[in-house]
Design a protein around this ligand. Structure first.
Ligand SMILES: [Zn+2]
Length: 453
């Protein structure tokens, strides 16, 4: 049975796919948009040219009249919170964590984590996201990797760490030794798995619930293994103030002194940053994950993203979690990123083209994925086929990038190819049963709500 499955998986992987006749938004250095055929072999774009001939056995996707763009790269999500949607609204960050999110996370059992992961992955893929940086909960992290592997997502993730303080349920607390030992076990198992599609990120939650020791040890272990570092920083003004009371420093300054900053580090949010801290981000090559919906919904503030970009700091986008967004939709984040900063910075603060790059190639850059985020020969075949022939994205005479950034929604996602594998087609999942996934999520969310409330 296992051998048969493997053979089937190999066949699926090795079969050539030709996406024929679409307008291709390459996002290459020349911003080329052209009607091209895309030939996909062994997980990569083998050929990008007009009128490619197909041979028998090829899987041909007729995309005439459709648009192809690189898959979205979201660099800050929490798949473990997918079941919490609608259960933690209209609160500010620290109350939201202490009263709702941490008790919910503490109650997650392995089966519920699996339901959550499957549900989140369905939403992400059907919305055109093909790569994520995910922060898990304290427990059941193997389940997240296992499902990401199954669904075809290009997944970087890690268990979160909480080893300090009393503000959260006891079963989320570990010692620094326990947390590092488990993180290293997970990194050994998953970092580089599935031909490099799965990778590990050491993920202490944020300074307020982590010891200095655990932060520094994460940085050391991540660098030793070529893994990433992922944490929340400077999301909320009270958080920043509490960190200053404890350390005498700003949040990013404290991270800098713990050895946490660098070109393999992604900080979620960066709403409250001093000029000194911005200079530290630029100097160290640290990346920022901008999560505009979450920042608005938790009333955290508006990050000065246009100013960070002007300094040369790399910024990608993330939906954060279903408990603070409440969607996992890259279109929403891209549109909001383009709109929000115009209020202070003027209409050119973040133009549509920049927002599209933040949602794709800039996110890939943050994750160190050198061959992702662009449609180009030799690059990974992570791409989204959009059908813009719908009332909210019509007529086609306007600027195509404008339609994608300001008008499109997940409803426009026709098909999705991740790592050369057709994972969604005709607005549905190819290998997974969405009805079953939703039923599983409904059961799991009801059980969880009963336990927590
Ligand atoms: Zn987050």
């Amino acid at each position: 049975m296992a051998a048969k499955k493997k053979k089937k998986a190999r066949a699926r992987k090795s079969r050539r796919i030709i996406v024929r006749g679409a307008q291709v938004v390459t996002l290459d250095d020349n911003d080329r948009i052209e009607q091209l055929d895309i030939v996909i072999e062994e997980g990569r774009v083998a050929k990008l040219a007009a009128r490619q001939r197909c041979v028998s056995g090829d899987q041909v996707i007729d995309a005439k009249g459709l648009v192809v763009m690189p898959g979205f790269v979201q660099i800050h999500v929490h798949m473990c919170q997918a079941l919490f949607r609608g259960q933690a609204d209209d609160m500010q960050l620290l109350d939201w964590l202490q009263q709702r999110v941490w008790p919910l996370e503490a109650s997650l059992e392995s089966t519920q984590m699996r339901a959550s992961a499957r549900f989140a992955l369905s939403e992400l893929l059907l919305g055109g996201t093909t790569s994520v940086l995910d922060m898990g909960s304290v427990h059941h992290t193997d389940v997240l990797f296992d499902e990401a592997q199954r669904f075809g997502m290009r997944y970087t993730g890690g268990k979160t760490i909480m080893d300090r303080g009393q503000a959260f349920p006891a079963n989320l607390r570990e010692s620094a030794d326990e947390a590092i030992t488990e993180s290293c076990r997970l990194a050994d198992k998953w970092h580089g798995a599935a031909q490099g599609r799965l990778r590990y990120a050491f993920s202490p939650r944020f300074i307020l619930c982590c010891s200095d020791e655990v932060m520094s040890r994460c940085a050391e272990e991540a660098r030793r293994r070529g893994a990433l570092l992922h944490t929340h920083a400077s999301e909320n003004s009270e958080e920043v103030q509490l960190i200053r009371e404890r350390t005498g420093k700003g949040n990013v300054e404290a991270l800098h002194d713990m050895g946490f900053l660098g070109p393999t580090t992604i900080l979620a949010h960066g709403v409250w940053l001093s000029a000194k801290e911005r200079a530290m981000l630029r100097k160290t090559g640290t990346h920022i994950a901008h999560c505009p919906s979450a920042n608005l919904k938790l009333a955290s503030g508006i990050a000065r993203i246009d100013e960070l970009l002007a300094m040369g700091i790399n910024v990608g986008l993330g939906a954060d979690g279903s408990a603070c967004n409440n969607r996992l939709d890259a279109f929403t984040e891209m549109r909001l990123a383009a709109l929000l900063h115009k209020v202070r910075g003027g209409p050119q603060a973040i133009p549509a083209r920049r927002a599209l790059r933040m949602a794709t190639i800039d996110g890939a850059k943050a994750l160190g994925l050198a061959d992702v985020g662009m449609i180009r020969e030799g690059y990974k075949a992570d791409l989204v086929v959009l059908d813009l022939n719908m009332p909210h994205t019509y007529p086609p005479a306007g600027d195509l990038i404008s339609s994608i950034v300001y008008a499109a929604t997940p409803a426009n996602v026709h098909s999705v190819i991740a790592d050369g594998r057709l994972v969604a087609q005709d607005h549905g999942l190819v290998e997974q049963d969405l009805e079953k996934i939703l039923a599983g999520a409904k059961r799991a969310a009801a059980a969880l709500a009963k336990k927590v409330n």
